[in-house]
Design a protein around this ligand. Structure first.
Ligand code: BG6
Length: 370
């Protein structure tokens, strides 16, 4: 039931602290090391893999995009992310040394099932990341890492997405642990940081929701929204755009901020709403400064700039029409926080337009045909 919320989606957005907490639960031993009992793939096989391919559709594929940044950094294994339907029909290079990670909330998405079957025929091992116990994808995989988000009723995915991202981190950290990693200290820090995420999401819900609601109401008539992000903020930008398309039927695109000058900047006109996901100032490689200059570029061309930034980041204020702050966390974990205001924005904008946020037109919760 909706538990007092006006929609399942609203409830599920508010379930996220718990969904993330439950997905972390019981996956650490007494020394705080990761132990994944359900990882029924021989450790030697996992040590010998030389490539990971994530297959998924829709929001689940964006969770895979986040996974790519994290797993490549922690494990030094190349990670490709493929839309399951594109993977299946392009004769992909897959063999015994490939690990397939199939991400699916329902476990019944036919495109993803077909990708899993194809990969296994080529000798690859498959790990499912799934929210639905005993569904087809886990049954047809070699191992499964369940997300414990609880049933997700609203068609557009929210809590399942955050839980998928968490499960991807757990998988990456587990592989790093197994393969003897060079980032021991960083990984210990990440594990500690992960435990603080539920309370930080709760803080966004408690303290940030009204601001985002106001923003959504003021933009009820907007015709197009662009989302920009870099590094893990890039898949977050795409997810923010997808939520807005799905729920509010507004044209929206997510771009890699660095790509702006190679094309999308031509779209910027007076009043164009641009939502920018800004990486932490403490992050690597001066990405923060690079995104700030992207904000300046669109602002100079008349864009209305809404910025999602880390608490304490004062540098963004000068170029932002509005700043939505989220709590601090490690760079790689930021999607678990920055996604939340974007979900609320899409939901509140759709609500302001009088739309049914749980059952958007033309969409099904689980697409069981190819
Ligand atoms: C779409 C849903 O049809 O399928 C999305 O509308 C979802 O919300 C996508 O992300 C993938 O579904 P699943 O169950 O495989 O995660």
């Amino acid at each position: 039931e909706k538990g007092g919320f006006s929609s399942f989606m609203d409830k599920e957005i508010h379930d996220q602290p718990q969904a993330v907490g439950d997905t972390l639960l019981g996956r650490f031993d007494t020394e705080g090391k990761l132990s994944l009992d359900e990882m029924h793939i021989d450790e030697n096989v996992l040590k010998s893999i030389d490539k990971i391919v994530v297959v998924a559709c829709g929001t689940a594929a964006y969770a895979g995009q986040v996974a790519k940044y994290a797993i490549e950094h922690w494990c030094r294994i190349p990670v490709e992310v493929e839309l399951a339907h594109e993977f299946r029909y392009r004769d992909p290079v897959v063999n015994e040394k490939t690990l397939i990670v199939a991400i699916s909330q329902s476990g019944e998405t036919m495109d993803t099932i077909m990708a899993v079957r194809h990969a296994r025929q080529q000798g690859a091992k498959v790990i499912a990341i799934c929210n639905t116990f005993g569904s087809t994808i886990p049954r047809e995989s070699d191992a499964v890492l369940y997300t414990h988000a609880g049933p997700e009723i609203a068609v557009a995915s929210t809590k399942a997405f955050l839980s998928q991202v968490v499960a991807c981190y757990l998988l990456g950290l587990y592989l790093a642990q197994l393969r003897g990693n060079k980032f021991r200290d960083e990984i210990a820090l990440i594990l500690k940081d992960l435990q603080t995420i539920p309370e930080k999401i709760q803080r966004i819900l408690d303290e940030g929701k009204d601001q985002v609601l106001g923003l959504a109401r003021r933009n009820e008539d907007v015709g197009s929204v662009l989302f920009l992000g870099r590094h893990v903020g890039y898949p977050v930008a795409m997810e923010g755009a997808l939520k807005l398309k799905e729920l509010a039927y507004i044209h929206a695109e997510g771009f890699a901020a660095g790509e702006l000058k190679h094309g999308p900047i031509a779209l910027i006109d007076d009043g164009q709403l641009v939502i920018i996901v800004v990486p932490s100032k403490r992050g690597r490689d001066s990405l923060h400064a690079k995104v700030i200059s992207n904000i300046q570029e669109v602002r100079a061309r008349g864009a209305n700039t809404v910025v999602i930034a880390e608490e304490g980041d004062e540098d963004v204020r000068e170029f932002a029409s509005e700043v939505i702050y989220v709590p601090e966390t490690s760079t790689l974990l930021a999607p678990l926080l920055t996604t939340v205001p974007l979900q609320i924005f899409a939901m509140e904008l759709a609500t302001a337009k009088g739309l049914d946020v749980d059952q958007p037109r033309n969409l099904a919760k689980s697409v069981t045909v190819e």
